[in-house]
Ligand binder design. Structure first.
Ligand SMILES: Cc1cc2nc3c(=O)[nH]c(=O)nc-3n(C[C@H](O)[C@H](O)[C@H](O)COP(=O)(O)O)c2cc1C
Length: 431
């Protein structure tokens, strides 16, 4: 019986273990988590969502304070069109986050950054150009384009000296979206180096409508594969969304898929950025506690735990500090929804906004508990402590479980194993 470790895939000259840990913003897929994957020969992702905020937390910089101070005068103003990112500062924050992560890399794997087009940041093109360029300057191994069609993204950085050396990939949920992207990239003579097909069971934003139950990852992967064969395009294909056991992964690898991208299993690891209290919420979740809703201002459906504090909260938009979802005119669907409720309750008391959420603030505070569909199975991947809480795992343990598991078995942590892994980690040195 085969296990994931029987497979390898090639990305250019590099041979890799076929496991990618997916990008999870905002700093849920931390540098530390991505480094585990790289150390074990796979691919890890950091995320470029709200990097100034992440940098402040990680390196004690003051990017958010600085921006907030600059736009303080605008806090009570409904019009947010004045609020812009300082592109020099944005580049600095990105180079810092990426650069420090790359300096700490060990092992034969790679570290990529997940870059969401939907983070329009008040100036969609220029902020995206800066984020992509700065990540390349910072030495990133690869860039995964996500949450959008990215029809103009490659062109933004075509003059960057690393344009042909950094690996570019795209996440799609349909053949249609892929074909549009390939047409654009063919014009630049810069086809993607890998393609991630993400199905409807994934966490974060979904590339499907509310009819997501009608779709199935295996079917979409097969369609995309057939298209690539027919077009004689030799681009590694990666499957993502609901791949919960090593055996699930093997089933994809045996059909010719190069690798799998996984995320949910790592949300309850020590290296994941979610606070421990939130990790316990993920463990506790039952199937009926998970929903796909439309409260993200991006317009994409998003999967989350129904008890996320972000749902129904009515906080004042905090665009002066954050503002990652402002479009080029300074609009965000949450601001509109909030102002509508404010008109009903002009004293600003007891406001609840149910149809949209202030995603920036809630993601920043880990109050929007986005998750994959199989989050309800996480409790079966660990042991329960005498006080009823669940044992948080080492990412190393989960990665190896994917590598060696057969027969859909999930290996529980053994006595002393976590301590041994911690010892090994300290021997390798933390960053
Ligand atoms: C908590 C969480 C946050 C996520 N955030 C992002 C994100 O910021 N950008 C993105 O492209 N995908 C995001 N995803 C999707 C993952 O990168 C991945 O493709 C998918 O969840 C894999 O399916 P699995 O979680 O069932 O393993 C997120 C997933 C989770 C669980």
């Amino acid at each position: 019986m085969k296990c994931v470790d029987d497979f390898r895939w090639r990305l250019g000259k590099k041979e890799l273990v076929p496991i990618m840990i997916g990008g999870m913003g905002v700093d849920i897929s931390t540098a530390e988590l991505s480094l585990v994957s790289a150390r074990l020969g796979g691919v890890g992702h950091i995320s470029d969502a709200m990097v100034p905020t992440v940098s402040d937390r990680r390196f004690k910089t003051g990017f958010v304070r600085e921006k907030q101070k600059k736009y303080k005068y605008n806090v009570a103003n409904r019009d947010k069109s004045d609020v812009k990112f300082d592109l020099v500062r944005l580049a600095e924050a990105t180079r810092l986050h990426v650069g420090r992560t790359m300096e700490a890399k060990q092992g034969d794997g790679l570290i990529f950054i997940n870059c969401m087009e939907k983070l329009t940041m008040g100036n969609p093109h220029e902020t995206l150009r800066v984020r992509l360029s700065a990540a390349m300057d910072g030495g990133i191994d690869g860039i995964t384009l996500s949450a959008g069609l990215h029809l103009g993204s490659l062109a933004l950085v075509q003059d960057h000296p690393r344009f042909r050396d950094v690996r570019f990939g795209i996440i799609v949920s349909s053949l249609r979206a892929l074909v549009l992207f390939l047409r654009k990239s063919a014009r630049l003579n810069r086809l993607p180096d890998y393609i991630i097909v993400e199905g409807p069971l994934a966490g974060g934003h979904l590339g499907f409508g509310m009819d997501w139950t009608q779709y199935d990852l295996k079917t979409i992967v097969a369609e995309v594969r057939q298209y690539l064969v027919q077009e004689e395009l030799d681009i590694p294909l990666i499957a993502a969304g609901g791949i919960f056991t090593g055996t699930d992964a093997v089933e994809f690898l045996e059909t010719g898929v190069a690798a799998v991208q996984v995320a949910t299993r790592f949300t309850i690891t020590k290296e994941c950025g979610l606070p421990d209290k939130v990790k316990q919420e993920y463990f506790k979740a039952r199937e009926e506690d998970i929903e796909v809703n439309l409260i993200s201002p991006t317009g994409y459906p998003m999967r989350m735990l129904k008890n996320s504090p972000a749902i129904g909260a009515g906080i004042r938009p905090n665009c002066e500090a954050y503002g990652y979802l402002l479009d080029g005119s300074g609009n965000c669907a949450y601001i509109e929804a909030y102002n509508r409720e404010l008109d009903k309750h002009p004293d600003g008391q007891a406001i609840s906004v149910r149809d949209k959420t202030c995603l920036c603030t809630h993601m920043r505070n880990y109050d929007c508990w986005t998750c994959g569909q199989y989050t309800y199975r996480l409790k079966d991947t660990t042991r329960r402590r005498p006080d009823g809480s669940y044992e948080i795992l080492d990412a190393d343990h989960v990665f190896r479980d994917y590598l060696y598991s057969v027969d859909h078995r999930v290996k529980l942590p053994e006595d002393g194993e976590q301590a041994n892994l911690a010892q090994e980690k300290s021997r390798l040195g933390s960053f």
